[in-house]
Design a protein around this ligand. Structure first.
Ligand code: AMP
Length: 321
């Protein structure tokens, strides 16, 4: 925890009337949980401030909040922009952070590029939402943690830690979560939401588990062809949420789920329980964490290249064991 930088963030928050929070493109639970948690916390604590969350919306994260549509660019000029959960600036969901008078970066990914007047990166935090709680803990006398903020932050922590399973989760994570419970968190509501599935999605999951493929050295993968989405009537977001279903096999340290996000734009959700994969993702226009990364392949043909590289990585990992 960097107290000096948290102090600088706190001072900037106090000095702006309008604050605009920017999550990354294709926002996940942590990006939106962090954004809405911070929004609710600031709005409850400072009655004179207006806080917006902008960028892409997502059906999955709409449970926590839906971004504001700000049509007037001039709102940004006098505002403080807070960019959350994003290592690469070109992944920002709304480019108008460039218009903001000052910007803050709050992130927990391995640093890819420097940006923001205050750059706060803490890779030891398994979810960016926990950094909001570091801010809260340091300036408790100034901030109010409401139920809405607690629910949003919990949603972020829960989804980015795979329900407290991934590396980086420690006693501190649970001490912070305990604080969310003390602030009115309705965990049951969040779990109910996350556990509800459509029948179509359940059938699609069965299809993926029947049809995944595996390379020689244990890279498990599945290619979500556009026709499958039509066939099973599931959307891309829910289909790609199945990534971790491919990670449950013995002797299979790396797994990948491919999908076409826009016509001709194939991306990969890459995961590991062995070797670090963020460098591999970086080779294919991606990045992320050591054990959870994403990459952009472009065409379906290029998926074979990353699979070949991932297979070699799995091989050398196994040889080194
Ligand atoms: P995802 O599979 O989308 O959940 O991504 C896993 C992690 O990798 C997240 O922390 C993302 O922020 C990061 N990530 C995904 N795609 C990219 C990309 N193209 N460039 C950099 N980081 C990425």
């Amino acid at each position: 925890m960097d107290s000096k930088k948290l102090q600088a963030i706190h001072e900037l928050i106090k000095s702006y009337k309008t604050i605009i929070i920017f999550p990354h493109q294709r926002p996940d639970g942590d990006a939106m949980g962090t954004a809405f948690g911070l929004k609710h916390m600031i709005e409850a604590s400072f009655q004179d401030k207006t806080v917006y969350v902008v960028g892409e919306s997502s059906e999955f994260t709409s449970f926590i909040g839906v971004p504001d549509v700000l049509e007037e660019d001039n709102i940004f000029a006098d505002a403080l922009g807070i960019l959350v959960d994003t290592a690469n600036i070109d992944r920002m969901g709304d480019e108008r952070f460039k218009l903001c008078e000052k910007t803050i970066k709050i992130d927990h990914h391995i640093k890819v590029e420097t940006y923001g007047d205050v750059e706060y990166i803490d890779t030891s935090r398994p979810a960016a939402a926990l950094i909001v709680l570091d801010l809260y803990n340091m300036f408790k006398e100034d901030y109010i943690l409401t139920k809405a903020a607690a629910d949003a932050l919990f949603f972020g922590i829960l989804t980015d830690t795979g329900r407290f399973k991934y590396s980086g989760v420690n006693g501190d994570t649970f001490r912070n979560v305990a604080m969310l419970y003390d602030s009115g968190l309705d965990a049951g509501e969040v779990y109910d939401y996350l556990d509800t599935r459509t029948e179509n999605f359940t059938r699609f999951k069965g299809f993926v588990l029947q049809n995944y493929e595996k390379t020689e050295n244990g890279v498990v993968y599945f290619k979500i062809l556009p026709k499958y989405l039509e066939e099973f009537d599931v959307n891309l977001e829910e289909a790609t949420s199945l990534v971790n279903e491919l990670g449950k096999f013995k002797d299979c340290p790396i797994w990948a789920l491919f999908a076409e996000y826009e016509e001709g734009i194939v991306r990969c959700r890459l995961r590991s329980k062995g070797p670090a994969i963020n460098e591999l993702a970086g080779k294919y226009d991606g990045g992320g964490h050591a054990m959870a990364s994403g990459a952009s392949l472009g065409t379906w043909e290029r998926t074979e290249l990353i699979l070949k590289d991932a297979d070699q990585l799995a091989k050398s990992y196994k040889e080194g064991l």
